[in-house]
Design a protein around this ligand. Structure first.
Ligand SMILES: *Cc1c(COP(=O)(O)O)cnc(C)c1O
Length: 392
């Protein structure tokens, strides 16, 4: 029996994402001297472009790592042992980042939240207002909780901090929002933006970064956690202002091409496209939720993410069975529920290099797979997505 799966794999995970052909071509490059003039031009172009689409003129430290490495570097460079930080526990990613910070000896306050809604911003403000001696050094927020499909408003969080006149730094994990929907680092007063390559930037995993404000660089001067390879001070002394060792050249040929693609489309148009495709996905899920079918994991319509939709199974049905049918029979890869939500939901990634036919293909296969797995639903979700896309 043949196991060949004809046609293309439709990769609909919420990261990593599809890599455009022109990025694959750009990265297919022989070794060059990373201190040589030709490469420096590519490097400087790529970094300048990254700053443009982050809307910052501050320093950006880049790492040969996935997102976890950027989390780790950010903690090491900003804090001292025993520092107190506030990290609402709103899903797999905020919980993991908080757990990592604890491992570094920080005192991490992780107030529980309703994972289906995300943090209550008023409670963050109350907590800061009660911190009379300004012990809290930072508020850490996952902008888009990829595990739950809940996206927060960073300006709301900024306003809550400002309303209390609290000097805490504001850190944002934008790994699954940056490059897909609006992130404006300077305007929004974010002190450290953590990002990665394999989601909105449409690159392979392996390049991650922290963009920092002047205030964060100042905090770095007093931060005493041990560090070496990820030390921002060491990085600043190097020509590339990043990378204590060899600079990986391939990712920068890719990053420069990624920025070129984003700017050729227009960053605001990229955000608009993500919103449109996300809205089409939401139209489909809304229909499927009839007959006590699948539903939105995120219960707050205003917080439903423009880069990922988490689809909750009706009680007694296993999301893994649906994912398996989609993958084995139709060559469509959907995102799984992450701990402790395994089996309870699947996630449709609509981020990165994506257009209407790719999304409709995925939605069609989701509808077929739900039916084949005998999950209750109301039919017609794909029609609703088509109606929306044809008229919006
Ligand atoms: C993907 C992701 C990460 C983790 O990144 P890795 O590249 O897998 O290390 C962190 N935070 C968020 C919000 C993510 O979506």
């Amino acid at each position: 029996m043949s196991h060949r799966k004809p046609g293309r794999l439709f990769f609909a995970n919420p990261g990593p994402t599809n890599i455009p052909d022109s990025i694959l071509r750009a990265m297919d490059h022989a070794t060059v001297d990373f201190m040589g003039g030709d490469f420096l031009e590519v490097y400087d172009d790529a970094v300048a472009g990254l700053k443009r689409i982050l809307f910052t003129e501050g320093e950006v430290f880049l790492y040969t790592a996935s997102g976890h490495g950027a989390w780790e570097a950010t903690i090491q460079n900003l804090f001292s042992p025993g520092d107190h930080i506030l990290m609402p526990d709103a899903g797999y990613f905020s919980r993991t980042w908080g757990t990592m910070a604890r491992q570094y000896g920080l005192e991490v306050e992780m107030p529980g939240t309703d994972w289906r809604r995300g943090p209550d911003v008023a409670r963050i403000a109350e907590r800061l207002a009660s911190d009379k001696f300004h012990n809290i050094k930072a508020v850490c927020i996952v902008h888009n909780e990829t595990s739950t499909g809940v996206a927060l408003s960073m300006p709301e969080v900024r306003a809550a901090i400002d309303a209390t006149n609290h000097p805490a730094l504001l850190l944002a994990d934008t790994i699954s929002s940056f490059g897909s929907f609006e992130v404006r680092m300077a305007d929004w007063g974010i002190d450290a933006v953590v990002g990665g390559s394999q989601k909105g930037l449409m690159l392979p995993a392996g390049l991650a970064f922290t963009a920092v404000s002047t205030k964060a660089l100042e905090a770095h001067q007093h931060a005493k956690l041990s560090r070496y390879y990820f030390d921002w001070t060491k990085m600043l002394a190097r020509r590339h202002r990043s990378f204590v060792g060899t600079v990986p050249v391939g990712p920068f040929y890719g990053l420069r091409e990624s920025i070129r693609l984003i700017e050729a489309e227009g960053i605001e148009q990229v955000w608009h496209r993500h919103h449109r495709l996300a809205e089409a996905t939401r139209r489909a899920v809304s229909i499927w939720s009839g007959n006590q079918g699948v539903s939105f994991f995120c219960t707050d319509p205003k917080r439903r993410s423009d880069s990922v939709t988490a689809v909750k199974m009706p009680d007694g049905h296993d999301a893994e069975a649906v994912r398996k049918i989609a993958y084995d029979r139709f060559n469509v890869s959907l995102g799984a529920g992450l701990e402790p939500l395994g089996g309870q939901l699947f996630r449709i990634g609509h981020m990165g290099d994506l257009n209407e036919p790719m999304l409709l293909g995925t939605l069609g296969v989701v509808e077929m797979s739900l039916r084949l797995a005998r999950v209750p639903l109301a039919r017609g979700g794909v029609d609703a997505a088509i109606d929306y896309l044809a008229t919006a």
